[in-house]
Every structure is written in C-alpha cells, then in structure tokens.
Design a protein around this ligand. Structure first.
Ligand SMILES: [Zn+2]
Length: 412
C-alpha cells in the first residue's frame, strides 16, 4: 500500500533524525520543506523531499496538495475520553454562580460521572466513547492517551480500561491507557480515604496488571482530593505493577505535587495552572514533560498554565485536551493549539511542536509519532488551502483540515 502526496505547499515538522522532544528556545523552530512530496508505504513514512528532486514514481495512488500544508497528526497526551453521560446541568449551575468545588461538594463532579458510569454497560460505554473518538479522528488526532478515573470501583475502572483497549483495536489510532483510580474519593469512602487508597493500590492495580490494561498510573494531587503523601504512595504502588506516573498536579493549588512527580520520574506532570518558581526549578534537568490543558482553563474560566514562562525557563511543554465531561467536553486539538497561542502567548511554531512531538513524548511515543521522520507511523493531516501555517491558530473557529491520513490510509 503506497500513497504519494505531491505539490505540498509546506511539509511541516520534518525531522530527519528522530528526536524525543524539543525544549525552550528550540521550540521556536519548526523545520519544514517548501513545495514538497511525501511518500507513505505500508503504514509508515517512507521518504520525502522537495518537488525539484522527486524520483519518477509511477503507478502510485497520489494526492495533489497544491496550496495545502501537511503536518504530523496531533498527539493528545491527556484525555478522559471514555465516560458515560454528560454534565451540562453542572455547566448551567456554574453559569449561575457555583464554583467547580461547590458543585463537587453538592455531589456533582467526578463522583456524579462515576455513578452514571457504574450503571452503564460496557457495550453502551463503548458506543458512547466511539462516537467521541470518531469525531477527534476527523479533527486530526492520531495518537491519544485515555485515563480511567470515572469509575471509582474495581469493576467500573476495569470497564473503562477495557473499553479504551477495544477502541485501540478497532480504530486506526494509537491509544495509551492510564489508571487513574485516585481521581476522587467515592462517597462510600468519604470519611475513609486510606481505605479507598488500599483498594486503588491493592485490588484495582492487581487486576489491571493481570489483564495488562494500563501503561501509566495517575492521581489527582490537589487540596480536597489527594495529598502529596497519597501521591507518593500511589506512584510507588504503580511502580511495583510496572506503571510509570503521569499525574494531575497544580490545577488549583501548588502543594508540592510537581516535586513528587519528578522524584518518581513521572513521564509528565499535567495542568500546572498554578505554578511557582520552585516547581519550575525542580522540572529543570528532569525527564518529566510539563503538559498544559488550555481548553480546560477556557471552559472553567481558571488561569491558563504559564506556558510562556515554562518555555522561557528552557523547559519543554506539551499541549493536550483533557477531554472529559466536567471541565473540558471537547477533544479538539486545533482549538487547543489556537488557545495556547491566543491565551498563553505561544508562537504557532511552539504550539505545533507542543501538540506533536512533545505530545508524543508525554505518551512515550516519540520514537514512532509526532514528526515527519522516515520509519515513523504515517499519520498526517492535509490542511485546506491556507496562506501559512500561522493561519491554523489564527482562524481558530474554522475547520482548516481537508484530509486525515492514519497508518497510511485516508480516513473516509
Ligand atoms: Zn485530566
């Protein structure tokens, strides 16, 4: 199976030598080839170059990309795409003046979603989630991480991860799975958090590792949810089951979760809306990717992650959606890239790097995804005819994607 893209106005994010991530000032550069061709073969990127030196390829299926840009598919390293029902009533409650924390105290929030999910069959959960996945494929996402954490019982947490696994088997997208049992304290354990953590670190992790249902472990390290000590406990238990950490920290308060993540060699620390200088220092020289979720800030009207400050400190940054029913009912990476430019003052080059190669890093996928590099998976976007790549974040409300190619095949 061969597919040739020719007359590409600009082929973006071309990295001849595979890199795992880009940091600091390097993020300002987005390597590209003007007037390019790209050959995809057997689901992989086979070759590319400028039109002036294209070999005389005959008999291949060809797409003419005149006036269009081609770039690697988005890599969305933080989602909760498998969930049941929706929470538009809480959205209205917030418009009427309740805070996210007040809604949680009223029995809404994550615990509310968990109740719905517990009562939803695995088949129904799969169908609801598949609709969302199909939508984001069309929006250009080619690799995604999906977390559990909307179940909060052993059975329901396993159900989410089984659905995520099945989605990965049935759709042409790479899915990484994260166990987030410690997402909230279920009502039954309201006054006995330690007993719930016993369940998370005991039975839940045991069964998940037996069925090989997760790659990573996560926890919501936040006031009113889980402490730094809880975080360390869960990460240590995860390690025993072969799960590396990717954690929720510093969404509302900086309580030392970033340092705990770095100490446990977390692959990523996500949210970071409230970030202090100590957090930035501790990230320097670590292997941990900071991840910003700007559409969550947009939806909740909370501060944006100080992405400018993170990059200016020489650190890398990845962008992800946080697709979930409570704080980000959207999996649109195009909107995330635009919002990072508009609200976090990232340049288009920085935002595209953050949403491709650095997103891949935050899922342990930079060897196979996130750039135009020979041998990587043939996941690319073809834009509509646009004047420049800066037009992607600039025209933030438009659908600028013309075609999506996943594993070398056009998505119908
Ligand atoms: Zn999240």
């Amino acid at each position: 199976m061969k597919l040739l893209l020719r007359n590409i106005k600009q082929l973006l994010q071309v990295r001849d030598n595979s890199i795992d991530k880009v940091s600091g000032a390097e993020m300002k550069s987005l390597p590209l080839i003007e007037n390019a061709w790209l050959l995809l073969k057997d689901g992989l990127i086979a070759d590319y170059g400028p039109m002036s030196n294209m070999p005389d390829y005959q008999g291949f299926k060809t797409i003419d990309c005149t006036g269009k840009m081609v770039l690697p598919s988005w890599c969305d390293s933080h989602t909760h795409l498998v969930y049941a029902g929706n929470r538009e009533q809480e959205f209205v409650d917030r418009i009427n003046g309740l805070s996210y924390q007040e809604i949680a105290e009223k029995g809404g929030g994550i615990v509310n979603s968990a109740k719905t999910l517990q009562q939803t069959s695995e088949q129904d959960l799969y169908s609801q989630s598949a609709i969302r996945l199909e939508e984001i494929l069309k929006q250009g996402t080619g690799a995604i991480e999906i977390k559990s954490g909307y179940g909060l019982t052993t059975e329901a947490e396993l159900k989410i991860l089984r659905v995520a696994k099945k989605l990965g088997e049935n759709y042409p997208i790479k899915i990484k799975k994260t166990f987030l049992g410690a997402h909230a304290i279920p009502t039954e354990f309201k006054n006995n958090k330690d007993a719930y953590l016993d369940l998370v670190c005991g039975e839940m992790m045991q069964k998940i590792s037996e069925e090989k249902l997760a790659d990573y472990v996560d926890i919501f390290c936040e006031e009113g949810y889980f402490t730094v000590a809880d975080t360390e406990r869960v990460l240590e238990a995860g390690k025993k089951h072969g799960l590396s950490p990717k954690i929720h920290v510093n969404q509302f308060n900086a309580i030392g979760g970033v340092a705990a993540g770095v100490k446990h060699n977390a692959l990523s620390v996500d949210h970071l809306e409230i970030l202090n200088d100590d957090d930035i220092s501790v990230l320097k020289g670590s292997n941990t990717m900071p991840v910003a979720l700007p559409s969550c800030s947009y939806f909740l009207s909370i501060p944006y992650t100080p992405g400018r400050k993170i990059i200016d400190a020489g650190l890398p940054l990845a962008l992800a959606t946080d697709y979930n029913p409570g704080s980000t009912p959207s999996g649109n990476m195009n909107f995330v890239v635009a919002t990072a430019c508009i609200k976090m003052r990232l340049t288009p080059e920085e935002a595209i790097n953050a949403a491709t190669i650095n997103g891949a890093y935050a899922m342990g996928l930079s060897a196979s995804h996130g750039s135009i590099t020979k041998g990587k998976v043939a996941n690319v976007l073809i834009t509509k005819k646009i004047p420049s790549y800066g037009f992607l974040p600039y025209a933030f409300g438009s659908n600028n994607i013309d075609q999506v190619i996943l594993k070398g095949k056009t998505l119908e």
